[in-house]
Design a protein around this ligand. Structure first.
Ligand SMILES: C[C@@H](O)C(=O)SC[C@H](NC(=O)CC[C@H](N)C(=O)O)C(=O)NCC(=O)O
Ligand code: NI
Length: 132
C-alpha cells in the first residue's frame, strides 16, 4: 500500500491552484469536472501520481468557504532554503504565520504558512542535521 493523496475542500479552485503551483512550486497534474454531482477535482503535486503523494483539491460548485474545524493539523512539505522560500511567500502575499526557526527543543528549521482557505502547511527545511 502507499499514500495516494490528501483531499482538501477549497472555496475557489483557481485561487488554490495558483497558490500551490506559483507559490509552492507544485504542478497541476490533472483536473476533472463532475457535472452530475457538481464538483471539480484538481490534483497538484511535485511529481507523477504513480510515485508521488499529491493533494486533491475539491471544489464544490455551490460552496465558496468552509469551516475548517479544530481537528485538522497540517500538511508538511520538505524544502531546501526555508528562509528564502518564506521571504518569497510573504512577498507574494502569503500568510507565514510562524516564521522560520528551529523547532522548539530541536534543530530542524520549520515554518508555517496558510493556504488560501486557511489550511496550515508546515515547511520543514531538509538538512543533514535533521532531527525531525
Ligand atoms: C478521485 C477520488 O480520489 C475522489 O476522492 S472522488 C470521490 C468523491 N468525491 C466527491 O464527491 C467530492 C465532492 C463532495 N461533494 C465532497 O465535498 O466530498 C466521493 O466522495 N464520492 C462519494 C461516493 O460514495 O462515491
Ligand atoms: Ni480522493
Amino acid at each position: 500500500m502507499r499514500m495516494l493523496h490528501t483531499m482538501l475542500r477549497v472555496g475557489d479552485l483557481d485561487r488554490s491552484i495558483k497558490f500551490y503551483t506559483e507559490l509552492m512550486g507544485m504542478k497541476l497534474l490533472r483536473q476533472k469536472d463532475n457535472e452530475e454531482y457538481t464538483y471539480t477535482l484538481a490534483f497538484v503535486g511535485y511529481g507523477d501520481e504513480k510515485d508521488h503523494t499529491v493533494l486533491e483539491l475539491t471544489y464544490n460548485w455551490d460552496q465558496s468557504e468552509y469551516d475548517l474545524g479544530e481537528g485538522f493539523g497540517h500538511i508538511a512539505i520538505g524544502v531546501d532554503d526555508i528562509y528564502a522560500l518564506c521571504e518569497d511567500l510573504e512577498d507574494k502575499g502569503a500568510d507565514v504565520y510562524r516564521k522560520p526557526g528551529p523547532v522548539k527543543g530541536g534543530k530542524t528549521v520549520i515554518a508555517f504558512v496558510r493556504d488560501p482557505d486557511g489550511y496550515a502547511i508546515e515547511l520543514i527545511e531538509r538538512k543533514e542535521s535533521d532531527d525531525l
